[in-house]
Design a protein around this ligand. Sequence first.
Ligand code: GDP
Ligand code: MG
Length: 445
Amino acid sequence: GKRINGAVNNALSNTSDDYAVNVDTMLKAIVTALLESDVNIALVSRLRNNIKSKLMAQKPASGSTNAQTKKLIQKTVFDELCNLVDCDVKEPFNPKKKQCNVIMFVGLQGSGKTTSCTKLAVYYQKRGFKVGLVCADTFRAGAFDQLKQNAIKARIPFYGSYTETDPVQVADEGIKKFKKEKFEIIIVDTSGRHRQEEALFQEMIEISHVVKPNQTIMVLDASIGQAAEQQSKAFKDSSDFGAIILTKMDGHAKGGGAISAVAATHTPIIFIGTGEHVHDFEKFSPKSFVSKLLGIGDIESLMEQIQTVSNEEDTKAVMENIQQGKFTLLDFKKQMQTIMKMGPLSNIAQMIPGMSNMMNQVGEDEASSKMKRMIYVLDSMTKEELDSDGRIFIEQPSRMIRVAKGSGTSVFEIEGILMQQRMFASMAQSAKAGGAGAGGMPGAG
Ligand code: GDP
Ligand code: MG
């Protein structure tokens, strides 16, 4: 991920006066980086052509700085990638209450179906639906126990059998039972046992005939890489799934392969799995996904997480500021306080510019104590200072000395905080300018 922005930065250090030459140099670097992130070769070449023609059409005015050119290129790359993963579906699946909505899961064994079934069940249950889980995996020993344990933990009613060996039969019974009991969402887990063999697809089709799903979801492991295109096409042909859940986004995989799956099947990704726990589940956001792919800080999903744990008034104020392209030290302080409440820092740190580096260099404990010191610093600031954009400290350096003394820290640490706050502020600026565009995103490279 970092490679892509890094590549642009490196390419820019050898710029020529000729815009077209610069564009070519940078495109070359971007292509290499995208391929290394497992984006499909044909796609990369199409992307390259699109980006190039866009860039040549919006050639910056003569006398533009390298920084402006770089920003233009980054933003174009960002937008094109977002277009690729953002499959606008005219009528996205929207389960209705007081009706029976059946959702069937398909995907290779180990991709994360059983785990994601439960996550989705919890997601809908939280939103007031009456949800049941059916285990139609009779192939793998322990499959029913796994689903059962997940379901009990999450308090979701479930159906399965230890004795029936025909998955079609179990699926049929489960659906009938839950329908009779007026369940609103019935989620059917399947086995995906054979690696794309005929028998798997045959079984899927048979289950699908009795289950008659309103929605079929394919589960895809983010680390699948270049195999994504072929695999998702094969599943699409036999199950015609209408949505994708991308799992294991917490691992090293940046999910470049997922772009190929979306492009090959014209099917949107709806959720991503970010861990083994039932709450490690997020709505898919093209911008966040591409930000991660490109290795840039991810303000949108950060704000989403912050909203779930912080007090509403605070969040509203911060959001309003961000929408206006502002980000004061007080906004920064509120964020730090919220982040401290959010649990494992490492999960969150990767979304914050400048923070992932810190986490890479030091451990969880040290990072957490660093953050506490940051809060002390912010606690020692006056209201005027907190409401400012930080420039006040540059103009009147004696303020830094006062704050350092008051908080028992150092001017060096305060400068660090001011730098991070400025990164946020410039992200807020570019978010305002072009919808969280990559242009000028700091902390990358
Ligand atoms: P299935 O064979 O398709 O049903 O896959 P499972 O749901 O049994 O998952 C296979 C393994 O992947 C299990 O160990 C899960 O805990 C793990 N897993 C599933 N989703 C995620 C995820 O989003 N992140 C991580 N780290 N592990 C996951
Ligand atoms: Mg399973």
